[in-house]
Design a protein around this ligand. Structure first.
Ligand code: GTP
Ligand code: MG
Length: 1128
């Protein structure tokens, strides 16, 4: 970067009102990076001829090869407009779903965004997703409708058709905005209503709200996209042109003499101009009048394209001269019409002006940050702004002010960490010379050369070519040919550094307040840091000097080592960064994993976590090719984890190193990075590990040949259930209804558990509300521990009530009576889609209210035992009996919980002794019990009160040879749940993707063929209006998705490319344990019937992978075995 332009940037960074932090968002391939190229070329960073071809922001090799962006990266641009100078911090983001987490990191540090929509494809699934993300972050969008040239060249639309098509696209995107906005307005209204109820005097006259009028009252016109609002431009990034209607309004107001304001309102919309009367009227379709937009704008563009494509030299010249443009001879003679169009249009309607004008006018500066956004950023989870400590609340003012004075607290948000080659860091690169320095050196070199020549004149002149080689070959030649060469070698050869050939991590960040200075010490606050907790731990509170702080969790203190200006592929060193700017920070890699909040005060709360839309779902296990390289792999994986916002790295109990990624493309990128950058070793990668869920269903009504299971087949069914039950060991009772009764090994407690499938809707509700469930659990825990629950926001409580209501609504009927009130826990991990209900009469506890035990004295004891039961349930739901995958949609009912023996034992020491003897007898005098017997008697002769003694459970009284009682309860509960599942029809659930495929009519058949082969199901097929494109919406099992995108692309010669997004879990209908039992089934499926059983295949594959026993016949027909060689 040229130094004086760096100075310019530094100067611009200080004028906060003229900074625009924006990101470019769109569906994949809609032209974000091409648009960014055009904007960058306007700053002279790349040549305008290369704009659109270079894709400057796609700096990775794989991005260039694949032609898609994989990461978000920022560049700072300078834009002068009407005597003002603006600094545009532009972030290009990826559109591919696999990288949607990179979009989240970009929107957090921006104030506005450009939504790009392909004029042919229109609003696509990712367009919706990014618009939603922009809304969630409260950033303001503007719209760019790109690829208008395709309407002319590919679709061969007339201007009038193009106008209707564009109108259509705007309608679609506004409909989307409408839904987002409506929900937001309603939410705000609701909030205000609650407030006014709490505080009735605060807003007089605004107390009565009617939902419908609430919406009508609010002026939302500025939120919608419309060319007359100035927030829409039409572009063709590849041809370098773009316009907003303001540009034409200016031109035509002079030309036709109609006021610019009038034209601004009428250039878009159904108005036409009556040239004679110089009046603008409403379009009357019958008269065949063309709208202004068609007549004054589109037709001109169309006729230019027409002339160039038809190579009508005369017409081209006429247009060029009438527009007053100058086209270089090279372009004018060029044979490729694209080059000519680019040359003409980029002068006539420069795209960068159109887009950047709109950005500067319509998008907010960092000073315009709204109070609403600040509060949202500061309040994590269920907190309210009011519940934050006062010092923390005071920071809101700093956010709003975005001040640069010394007293302003420094607040920075790091949204991701990215790795760069340490060699590429500016401090490791030789400093480029300024023009002056180069001139000086040249002058010096010339002088020296002249001196040398003068000296040589006295001697025999050297042969000219010897002359050259003499200097070059002389290794000791003190004098190379000149300083210029020296300079060159200096600029080419990087200064060797210690950290050579290493990755260095840079934080992708934004300063929200105060000036970030190099060398400044600052607090690093992790996502779980809480200022409240800080106050509790540190006696002096926020006034403690930072250096004397005791260790506080999730907080560190570090120095801002290096600050950088992000310039796409390059970084520039900065001494300080004023507020409101996007920047890179070096030296944080030991403090920040993926994202963090940096603040000069400990009173700052961490920013709310980024909204990630993608669910990481594709897992592979990796291992080094050479086992000795394990440490490198582990290190490499750690680095990869830091460098990617969404990848997850797990080390499983089996010792496998697992990589969880958002999709196939993401996986490939992670593996490449791991191999080439972070671990630099050869690795072998397992087949993708496909996640499954286990569940149970209602008994089927028809058998596998679709015959009703009637009386004649009952025998077979009974036979099968018997077989099922044979899996259950002796000593465990199973009743005909699937109720399992099981006793702990020490025979003190008996549990009766039944498993039931949950209705599908309930499972879905549970899945959607896992965060809320976590809050419920937290609430109950704090209630139990008698802690203050004021902290839980009223809104969260309302949501909990609503959630409970929803569950009640779906759990109706006799079977589910009172179920919701009896819910004791959710699992696995206390927030999963399975529930445990407590039907036992002895001890009541529910997740809504905590335990209500028998007597308060015993409540504690029961609670502990109850916790063991819950833990057993958690374990059981974490890995099911089929292939140790988590459960989903199962309700376990604890019907009975018989602790009478246990109580008797606790009741008196004598009984206790007897009881243990009983146990001993029960075990047939097993010798190993004798120790336990001793253990049970330390309280003999002791006269302590009963409760106190029983409170010491586990250690003494309740321990026997089977270990602590609580442990036994956990194991028994887990067993009970597993057996309860096994007596019910078990099913596997497969993860499903939804995929949207856009394909032309002629390749539709092939798309369907691929889908069918991979067990995909088409949900919907519709034709995109005005095009020959079909949009197919389908679901596809994740297990069958590998290579799907490639296959579709190959089969359709690249005409269709699918986007896969994880959508839901679906039950695989076939029973993995099914074997033919009736005659018909034998006839239909044959004796083995395993070829049909997809579920069994999946189950066995998972079991094999996990090293579990797989029931398989390896040799089927031993007598038929023979060698494959033909001659024998
Ligand atoms: N016809 C036409 N093609 C365009 C235009 N703009 C971009 N393209 C082409 O569209 C393709 C995708 O462009 P990119 O800029 O890489 O798209 P992107 O939105 O950055 O894609 P991702 O980053 O992968 O989401 C390229 O082949 C471009 O040449 C345009 O205005 N007209
Ligand atoms: Mg791109």
């Amino acid at each position: 970067m040229v130094l004086n332009s760096l100075d310019k940037m530094i100067q611009l960074q200080k004028n906060t009102a003229n900074i625009r932090n924006i990101c470019v968002l769109a569906h994949v391939d809609h032209g974000k990076t091409t648009l960014a190229d055009c904007l960058i070329s306007s700053n002279g960073i790349i040549s305008s001829r290369l704009a659109g071809k270079l894709r400057y922001m796609d700096s990775r090799e794989d991005e260039q090869i694949r032609g898609i962006t994989m990461k978000s990266s920022a560049i700072s641009l300078h834009y002068p407009k009407d005597n003002e100078e603006y600094l545009i911090n532009l972030i290009d983001s990826p559109g591919h779903v696999d990288f949607s987490s990179e979009v989240s990191t970009a929107v957090r540090i921006c104030d506005g965004c450009i939504i790009v929509v392909d004029a042919v494809e229109g609003v696509c699934p990712q367009t919706q997703a990014v618009l939603r993300q922009a809304w969630l972050e409260n950033i303001r969008p503007v719209l760019v409708i790109n690829k208008i040239d395709r309407l002319i060249v590919e679709l061969k639309f007339t201007p009038q058709e193009a106008y209707s098509h564009l109108k259509n696209i705007l309608e679609q995107i506004n409909a989307l905005t409408g839904t987002l906005f409506t929900s937001k307005v309603l939410e705000e209204r609701a909030e205000r209503e609650v407030e006014s109820q709490v505080n009735p005097n605060s807003e007089q006259g605004e107390q009565v709200y009617d939902w419908s009028t609430g919406l009508e009252d609010t002026d939302d016109s500025h939120l919608y996209f419309s060319p007359d609002q100035g927030n829409v431009v039409f572009t063709s990034a590849i041809d370098g042109w773009g316009f907003g209607i303001e540009h034409f309004a200016k031109i035509y107001s002079k030309k036709i003499g109609i006021k610019k304001e009038v034209l601004l309102k009428t250039l878009w919309g159904d108005y036409y101009i009556n040239m004679k009367a110089k009046k603008i009227m409403k379009v009357d379709q019958a008269k065949g009048k063309k709208p202004l937009f068609v007549q004054l704008i589109l037709e001109n563009i169309w006729s230019l394209y027409d002339a160039v494509l038809k190579k009508d030299k005369e017409k081209i010249d006429k247009i060029v001269s009438s527009l007053g443009l100058k086209i270089g001879a090279r372009e004018a003679r060029h044979l490729d019409p694209k080059v000519q169009i680019n040359a003409i249009c980029s002068q006539w309607l420069p795209i960068s002006h159109a887009v950047l004008d709109m950005v500067c006018q319509k998008l907010p500066s960092p000073l315009d940050i709204t109070a609403e956004r600040v509060e949202k950023l500061m309040c994590t989870g269920s907190q309210t702004f009011d519940s934050l400590p006062l010092e923390t609340q005071a920071l809101k003012a700093a956010f709003m002010k975005c001040g640069s004075e010394d007293t302003a607290p420094v607040i920075i948000f790091v949204s991701k960490m990215f790795a760069v080659d340490a060699k590429a860091l500016p401090q490791n690169k030789p400093r480029p010379l300024t023009q002056d320095e180069i001139a000086q050196r040249r002058e010096r070199a010339r002088q020296r050369h002249a001196e040398k020549l003068a000296a040589a004149r006295g001697q025999t002149p050297l042969e000219p070519d010897q002359d050259g080689s003499a200097f070059e070959t002389n290794p000791k030649g003190e004098e190379p040919r000149g300083d210029e060469q020296q300079v060159e070698s200096m600029t080419l050869k990087p200064v060797p550094q210690e950290g050579d050939n290493q990755e260095s991590f840079i934080a992708f960040a934004r300063v929200f307040s105060g000036v970030a200075r190099r060398g400044k010490k600052i607090f690093v606050l992790g996502p779980k840091y809480s200022p409240l907790e800080f106050l509790q731990r540190v006696p002096l509170g926020f006034s403690t000097p930072p250096d004397d702080l005791p260790p506080v969790p999730h907080m560190a203190y570090c120095t801002l080592e290096n600050l950088y200006l992000l310039m796409g592929r390059e970084l520039e060193d900065l001494e300080e960064v004023p507020p409101g700017n996007v920047l890179g920070i070096g030296g944080l890699q030991d403090f920040v994993l993926k994202s963090a909040t940096l603040c000069s005060l400990p009173s700052c709360p961490p920013f709310i976590p980024l909204n990630f839309e993608a669910t990481p779902i594709v897992r592979v296990a990796v291992e080094p090719k050479h086992p000795s390289e394990m440490p490198q792999l582990v290190k490499g994986m750690k680095l990869l984890n830091q460098a990617d916002p969404c990848v997850q790295i797990l080390i499983q109990e089996t010792g496998e190193h697992v990589l969880v990624t958002a999709g196939e493309v993401h996986l490939q990128r992670c593996l490449d990075d791991l191999k080439e950058r972070f671990a630099k070793i050869q690795i072998s990668v397992s087949e993708p590990i496909i996640p499954f869920r286990e569940t149970i269903t209602k008994p089927p009504k028809v058998d596998m040949v679709n015959e009703e299971i009637g009386k004649q087949q009952k025998v077979a069914v009974i036979h099968q259930t018997k077989e099922d039950q044979s899996k259950i060991p002796e000593g465990i009772q199973v009743d005909s209804d699937g109720l399992i009764t099981i006793t702990t090994p020490n025979k003190l407690a008996t549990l009766s558990v039944r498993a039931m499938p949950l209705p599908e809707e309930v499972t879905q509700i549970l899945e959607e509300n896992s965060d809320l469930i976590r809050s419920v659990e937290q609430l109950t825990t704090s209630l139990n521990e008698g802690r203050n629950t004021q902290m839980i926001h009223q809104k969260t409580q309302e949501r909990i009530c609503e959630f409970k209501g929803k569950l009640e609504q779906h759990l109706t009927g006799r079977k589910w009576r009172n179920t919701v009130d009896q819910i004791w826990s959710f699992g696995p991990r206390k927030c999963g889609p399975n529930i445990l209900i407590n039907k036992s009469e002895d001890f009541q506890s529910s997740v809504w209210s905590g335990p209500a035990g028998k007597g308060s004295k015993e409540a504690g004891k029961y609670r502990d035992l109850g916790n063991s039961i819950v833990s057993g349930f958690q374990l059981a739901t974490l890995s099911g009996p089929m292939c140790e995958e988590p459960l989903m949609g199962v309700c376990f009912a604890l019907e009975k919980w018989d602790l009478s023996k246990f109580e008797e034992q606790g009741g008196s020491d004598k009984q206790n002794k007897e009881q243990s003897d009983l146990v001993k007898e029960g075990q047939g005098g097993d010798e190993t019990c004798s120790d336990g017997d001793e253990n049970q008697e330390p309280h003999h002769g002791c006269s302590e009160p009963l409760e106190k003694r029983t409170a010491q459970k586990g250690e003494a009284t309740l321990s026997d040879c089977y270990g602590p009682f609580s442990g036994q309860l956990i194991a028994t509960m887990k067993e009970a749940c597993r057996y309860a599942l096994q007596v019910k029809p078990q099913r596997l659930m497969a993860a499903m993707y939804t995929c949207d495929i856009m394909a032309t009519g002629d390749v539709l058949g092939r798309v369907y063929a691929v889908l069918a082969k991979r067990e995909g199901r088409v949900l919907q097929e519709e034709m995109k209006e005005g095009t020959d494109m079909f949009i197919i919406k389908a679901v596809l099992p994740v297990a069958e998705s590998f290579g799907f995108a490639d296959e579709i692309r190959k089969r359709t010669s690249g005409l269709a490319s699918p986007q896969l997004v994880f959508s839901h879990w679906e039950i695989i209908p076939s029973d993995p344990f099914w074997v033919p039992t009736t005659e018909e089934e034998y006839l239909h499926f044959g004796e083995k019937a395993d070829s049909e059983n997809q579920a069994r295949k999946y189950m066995n594959a998972v079991r094999k992978r996990k090293g579990l026993y797989v029931e398989e016949k390896i040799v089927e027909h031993a007598e038929k075995q023979r060698t494959l060689s033909k001659n024998k």
